[in-house]
Design a protein around this ligand. Structure first.
Ligand SMILES: [Zn+2]
Length: 215
């Protein structure tokens, strides 16, 4: 049986991934993280989305350690969230160091213990300024998870990182989401964590462009 655990932030990409997972897999779990992010309000949206998608279970994991890591606008209150578009070729100030490595490791632990053979992550072609969203990182993380997995060692099965949006733009994800019936009005992405969203931070700008004419 094909099973997947999907990393769900509550934003439009991971919501689309969750809806795609419902179409592609027989059993679907969702996992979200409270890591002291400025926009922890996103977890409220993640919970609602997981409920609407009818997942087997929605696991919410606390990683409080991140609050003591300095320098990222998403976890350090002294650093301001920038306005406008992402920088082209360098890690933005909103990078949370090793975030996806931590998320994938924890999801890998649940996959191992629950016998789930896929971990879904919604990284896409426009995420490449973030080092831990690049294809080479995903490949390396998959290798590490398989090397350290009890499931793999015992049952000679592999755990796959399922990242179907790697070659897709955010607009293409939005169009796929529309086709899948993703309730985009119930997704949330703003780095400021305000309700309604600020409309000016990099992720608000990207989201607005991607969903134009759809939402
Ligand atoms: Zn915003």
């Amino acid at each position: 049986m094909r099973k997947v655990i999907v990393l769900l932030s509550g934003g439009m990409d991971s919501a689309t991934l969750l809806w795609l997972a419902k179409r592609e897999f027989e059993k679907v779990w969702a996992i979200s993280f409270h890591y002291g992010q400025r926009h922890s309000v996103e977890l409220k949206y993640a919970k609602e989305l997981a409920k609407l998608a009818g997942v087997e279970d929605h696991i919410v994991v606390e990683i409080p350690t991140y609050r003591s890591i300095k320098g990222s606008a998403l976890i350090d209150d002294r650093v301001e969230v920038p306005k406008g578009e992402y920088p082209e070729n360098e890690p933005p100030i909103t990078t949370v160091p090793m975030r996806n490595l931590n998320f994938l490791a924890v999801a890998g632990a649940f996959a191992d213990s629950l016998g789930i053979d896929h971990i879904g992550i919604g990284v896409h072609a426009l995420d490449t300024p973030y080092p831990d969203c690049r294809p080479e990182f995903i490949t390396s993380a998959e290798a590490a998870i398989n090397a350290g997995s009890v499931l793999v060692a015992k049952e000679k099965r592999r755990i796959h990182i399922w990242a179907p949006f790697l070659g897709m733009t955010k607009r293409e994800i939005a169009l796929l989401g529309k086709e899948l019936g993703v309730p985009f009005e119930k997704t949330y992405s703003c780095y400021m964590g305000t309700e309604p969203p600020c409309g000016e931070c990099p992720t608000c700008v990207q989201r607005k462009e991607a969903l134009e004419g759809i939402l």
